[in-house]
Ligand binder design. Sequence first.
Ligand SMILES: C[S@@+](CC[C@H](N)C(=O)[O-])C[C@H]1O[C@@H](n2cnc3c(N)ncnc32)[C@H](O)[C@@H]1O
Length: 363
Amino acid sequence: MTNQKRYGLPYQGSKNFIAEWVVEHMPAAPTLVDLFAGGCAVTHAALESGKFKKVFANDITDAPRLFEQAVKGELPADAKRWISREEFRQLKNTDPIVRLCWSFGGRGSSYLYGRHIEPWKYAMHAARVEGDLSVLRMMGVAGGDGSRLWVVHHHEDCKRAYTAWRKSYFVEGDTSAIDALCSSPSATPALLRFRHLFPTDYMQEGGNLDKRLERLQHPQHLQHLQHLENLQRLQRLQCQESTERLDSLRVVQGDYRKCPIPKGAVIYCDPPYKDTTAYQTPGHHPTKKGSGFDHAAFFSWVRSRREKVIISEYYIDPAEGFTLIAERKKPRIMNSNGTDGYATERLYGWNIKPSDLNSLFLL
Ligand SMILES: C[S@@+](CC[C@H](N)C(=O)[O-])C[C@H]1O[C@@H](n2cnc3c(N)ncnc32)[C@H](O)[C@@H]1O
């Protein structure tokens, strides 16, 4: 799984794992409209396939704009800066990098890191991004370069140092070490920022700290950096592909009903799922709407279209009138520990004939 090519942005509900398969099942057409493009995994695979002259990426959010920025090499120079909890609160609704890379599960609602671990992540960020070890040293972590590998090999020492420092700083309120460092002319920007961001009353959580810090023992992912590195990797599309191929991308932001649909386009729809508890349970009709998205209105809208439409869903009742085109199992990623079983992804068609799908056959 680790060597699998990544398509699109890190995004909740991304079709990364099956993007190529989805594109293979698209009928040939001059334009593909990815109507609920989200993190643009399918848009990305479609651009790389060279199957379409134009690819429209529409979403109600600004995520496709971020994808466009990334593939065109236009990410802001300060994309790798540390985003504090307060900045996250202020920027999450307007800055897609903050929302996607700094929120838990990429959902945009809560900050990525718990307070108990945040100063540690900050220290690691300063080491990795700015090459500044002063915060780690202030915490009593001696030696090493703050690299992931070093921390993995010394996690017990790191945990011990961080636990002791955290107790003296946040519990006992002892700021003498950082005060002395900050008042020295050689105080680094990372240290000065730290003093400002983490006052001694910053921690609000009680509970068993030892238990909470168990995560320090796990491989030291700085998840925000991983997400950012994925964004930066997208710039390879710019290097590998002709500018002509990137020029074929058009980003639109708005409700799916307002998106311009060029003549002869194929429309691909990956709307919010009805209810994640309804995973691959044919015949099961959830009573509550998980996402607040009006699926009945969406299905009627599809049936009103003259274009060929492909819909991604776990299951659609045959009574809705769509044709099952293809299905396959996909690992279901439920949490940071990895996968949890499989879900069956299905593609349904509207106005699709067997001859539209080349050598592929309708199920
Ligand atoms: C399952 S996600 C799509 C994931 C995408 N295929 C990918 O690979 O990243 C569903 C998307 O529908 C978008 N969405 C929800 N309501 C919408 C609407 N009324 N019009 C357009 N997009 C909408 C959400 O913002 C979300 O990005």
